[in-house]
Design a binder for this molecule. Sequence first.
Ligand SMILES: [Zn+2]
Length: 314
Amino acid sequence: MKSGESWLADSHLDVELDVPRSVEEMLLPDVYVGLEIDLLSPGDGIVTDRHHASAERYESDDPMNQIEGQISPFTLSGWLRHGCEEAVQIAGATACHPGEPNADYMRAETYERDLDSGYHEKGACLGDHDAGCVIYDLFGGFGSQPGKLLRRPVSFSPIRRQVDVLDGEAEAHYRQISNQVRSRNEEDGGEPLRQADRDVLGNVEGTWKLSLRELKPEFVGLLLEAVSFLDAHSDEFEFQVGGARNFGAGIADVWVINPLYSEREVRRVFDRAKAATSAMEEKDDLWAEECRPEFVRALQARVEARTGEVVRDA
Ligand SMILES: [Zn+2]
């Protein structure tokens, strides 16, 4: 895609995009999502690399622990997809349900209720010569449809100089937290009843690197709208990321890093010692006023092209 030959993939949309910069001048097909999360507790755990502190020397409360690892892409992907579904629904269409229609749901009535409130059955949007709705197209569906968005894990390190934000990395501090649930009964003298361990990360700051395998303009528009929705609703239970939400975990300040930035400028965003340059500010204005609205317009055109075709309860 970066070869320069193709500009944006043909989406058969009835809109001509008028973007004042070419794709070659953008970070596309990579999309960097800036992340700032005070406390994150991914439900499916954290993959750690404990070679800095071997198992027998690991003390969960030792501030000298320098543990590196990865934040699961599955947790992040589910959260992003939820934001994308909302963006499509706000644009006036239904979104693909994330679950297979023939799955064995624990709560069948909940699935039916989803179909009545902004979702269509997964794959119901597929015609014979059709990529399906924009959610299906981007995230993929059944075996033959692998999706177009590469969602990598976020590697993290507590040592800022080892973090490369161009690689989708973040500074973050890993701890394993143990809670003991103690007996409330006076006779037991506060004896522990059970122990719960969870992995958490504190002060996550960095990027999540996404890559579009096919550069349709409406995909860019969808990611832009989804990320700003997630940021605006970051402290609502449904849109927090990961677990421990009632304890303030997963409140994520997120934004798409200006695709007009150079790689050096992306690094500068996370350099505490340096402010944005005037060139970066000019790019911010250009992006906000002339580029972003065009990608969002492509999303709207894609959604409108489908509205009315999707049978909600097919
Ligand atoms: Zn669909």
